[in-house]
Ligand binder design. Structure first.
Ligand code: PGA
Length: 210
């Protein structure tokens, strides 16, 4: 599985250009490829590729109603199949805690979305019923210093044993050069890619090398 986390990047026009260059790679890959753009770009994606390739980066902990600025699960489900929950940037800049994250997991599942739960270590709590966990050591995110594949695999193994998760992804400075060293490990089922997913050439290579 190869998941792109675009974070707060790209306009509609930039997205259209990116998609033109990489759409066929995404559609033809035998791997599960999921792109998670900003909410404003979800409709650009859903007009071009099936929702099984699309995810959101966050979800409201509430349903429909008077929650200014929030986007809820039912709204996301119109455009996407997945949602990233609990990214360390949400925890750091928006004060998300484990209680909030558990609530978000609940509403995501109620809406029929598949949560991709981000954890920062093997001791981060994983709510029940999570199938996809993304292990991302904070120091490796955007730093150009990925964790060693062996250390990441040890953590992935511990997460698989401790939680009911079916897949553990590794995230943190994944590139076209190092992706295979992670995906070849026994307990790592894929990668979560930030920076390198913004470049269509690099991301195509990541998909094919994964
Ligand atoms: P990075 O980000 O690939 O830019 O390190 C990964 C992430 O935060 O999901």
């Amino acid at each position: 599985m190869v998941v792109a986390n675009w974070k707060s990047n790209k306009t509609q026009q930039e997205t259209t250009i990116w998609l033109e260059q990489i759409k066929s790679t995404i559609l033809q890959s035998e791997k599960t490829v999921v792109i998670c753009p900003s909410f404003t770009l979800l409709s650009v994606f859903s007009q071009q590729i099936p929702v099984k390739h699309i995810g959101a980066q966050d979800i409201s902990p509430f349903g429909m109603g008077a929650y200014t600025g929030e986007v809820n699960g039912v709204q996301i489900k119109e455009f996407a199949q997945y949602v990233i929950i609990g990214h360390s940037e949400r925890r750091q800049y928006f004060n998300e805690n484990d209680e909030m994250i558990t609530k978000k997991v609940m509403v995501a599942k109620q809406a029929g979305l598949i949560p991709i739960l981000c954890v920062q270590g093997k001791d981060t709590p994983v709510p029940e019923g999570i199938e996809i966990v993304a292990y991302e050591p904070i120091w490796a995110i955007g730093s150009g210093k990925a964790e060693s594949p062996q250390d990441a695999d040890n953590i992935a193994k511990a997460i698989l044993e401790k939680t009911g998760a079916k897949i553990v992804l590794y995230g943190g400075s994944v590139t076209e050069e190092n992706v295979a060293s992670f995906t070849h490990m026994e307990h790592i089922g894929g990668v979560l890619v930030g920076g390198a997913s913004l470049d269509p050439q690099k991301f195509s290579l990541i998909i094919s090398h994964a």
